[in-house]
Design a protein around this ligand. Structure first.
Ligand SMILES: *Cc1c(COP(=O)(O)O)cnc(C)c1O
Length: 418
């Protein structure tokens, strides 16, 4: 038998002296939520702030989303909802919904903190009812229905396994069934037949629930992609996550700029080493990349230990992740040369570079046009280089990288360290 061991308390990383940072512009988050509200055809906006607000910092991002007009916030985990309340986001600031529970979840703590809870199985109905009785709080419940995603939620065919119990508990005054909701499998492919099929099932489930006596306050189905592409899916509440942070949920159709969204996060680092090498120099582990001329290498002190995807290594098999070096008219994009290591990546800066150790380079941020042509790299460009999605690029960013929150709205930009 293995015994749990209490780890010694480690001081939190405060980022002091760390040669890289993720700068998060709260004004961008605020502005993106305003834009999404305009797109939401009168539906309320629930800003999804799960997974540390997709890596952007939970509480500052949530606060900015509320300032931008989100009346609801959504998280996957109970612990995230409690962290928001502990961080000062009160019931008067935003309704809070949490949706991914396993048996043992402390529903009582959620009810005490005025959090709406999703129910996706009959065990959860029993546990919410018990928590409501023990706390004396009326639970606000959203019934999650699987309309075709094939993931969390009660299968539409099995509605009768949970709905009667919910309505009975409602009649007793133990809970309020305030919401009925679902999630789409292919919202990022507008017009895909599965989107239409899920909508048909959703409408049917709504009809059945309302016939059975449900008096729903909010029906909700749309993530970011459906919010920006499918008004018929907005219902009473839309649940954008990715778009709140300024990334395009449909990159094959429209860039964030074309959608009027501004990427909130910029990841930048100071070059640790800049040095001359000869032609034929293998670069980084396994020598995936070899210099073709006498050139200058720059070492960037960020690697997969910081969440930089190793799949964005650069070599014969394909170009690595893009990095912006230089400033103003001299700004240009250079690709990662060779393997992404745990703590560092290497750039081939070219023989004529003027870069020096200590100069700042940018891995991704706003897709501003460059004087030399092209645009500055984005999280989407890194996703493309690593064959993944932009969600993963910001969300997996390591805790070692300090998040620096700035606010470029208003007269005097203020800075705050999370
Ligand atoms: C994560 C999540 C969202 C937000 O999705 P985006 O594609 O980031 O907009 C919405 N609803 C549910 C249930 C989710 O899990």
């Amino acid at each position: 038998m293995s015994l749990p061991i209490d780890p010694p308390a480690a001081p939190p990383l405060d980022g002091a002296g760390f040669p890289a940072r993720a700068v998060v512009d709260l004004a961008a988050i605020r502005g993106n939520v305003r834009t999404l509200r305009e797109r939401a055809s009168g539906a309320e906006v629930l800003a999804v702030v799960k997974a540390d607000a997709y890596g952007h910092g939970l509480v500052p991002s949530a606060r900015a989303a509320v300032e931008g007009g989100a009346t609801w916030l959504g998280v996957a985990q109970a612990s995230e909802a409690l962290a928001l309340r502990a961080g000062g986001i009160g019931p008067d600031d935003a309704r809070l919904l949490t949706w991914l529970h396993a048996p043992g979840v402390d529903f009582a703590a959620l009810l005490e903190s005025d959090v709406d809870v999703s129910v996706a199985a009959s065990w959860a109905v029993d546990d919410v009812v018990a928590a409501a009785r023990s706390t004396g709080r009326t639970a606000r419940v959203h019934l999650k229905v699987d309309t075709g995603l094939g993931r969390n939620g009660v299968m539409a065919d099995d509605l009768d396994s949970v709905l009667p119990a919910l309505l009975e508990a409602e009649a007793e005054g133990v809970l309020r069934l305030v919401g009925l909701w679902s999630h789409l499998a292919l919202a990022d492919e507008p017009g895909h037949p599965s989107v239409r099929a899920q909508r048909v099932v959703f409408e049917d489930v709504l009809d059945r629930a309302e016939h059975a006596g449900a008096r729903l306050e909010v029906r909700h189905l749309a993530n970011s992609a459906a919010t920006v592409t499918a008004p018929e899916l907005h219902y009473d509440l839309v649940r954008p996550g990715l778009a709140v942070y300024g990334m395009s949920p449909v990159p094959q159709l429209a860039s964030s700029r074309e959608l009027g969204l501004v990427p909130a996060m910029t990841v930048e680092a100071s070059l640790a080493t800049v040095k001359r090498v000869r032609a034929g120099q293998g670069v980084s582990y396994a020598h995936l990349y070899t210099t073709t001329q006498d050139t200058v290498l720059g070492v960037v002190p960020l690697g997969y230990g910081d969440g930089i995807p190793r799949h964005a290594s650069g070599g014969a098999a394909g170009p690595g992740g893009p990095v912006l070096v230089g400033h103003d008219d001299a700004a240009r994009v250079v690709r990662v040369a060779g393997r992404v290591c745990m703590d560092q990546v290497v750039l081939d800066l070219g023989p004529d570079t003027t870069e020096r150790a200590g100069d700042t380079v940018r891995l991704f941020g706003v897709d501003e046009p460059l004087a030399a042509g092209g645009t500055a790299p984005t999280a989407q460009d890194w996703a493309d280089a690593a064959s993944t999605i932009s969600y993963e690029i910001t969300t997996r960013l390591g805790a070692r990288i300090p998040r620096v929150h700035i606010d470029t709205e208003g007269l005097a930009p203020s800075t705050e360290h999370a």
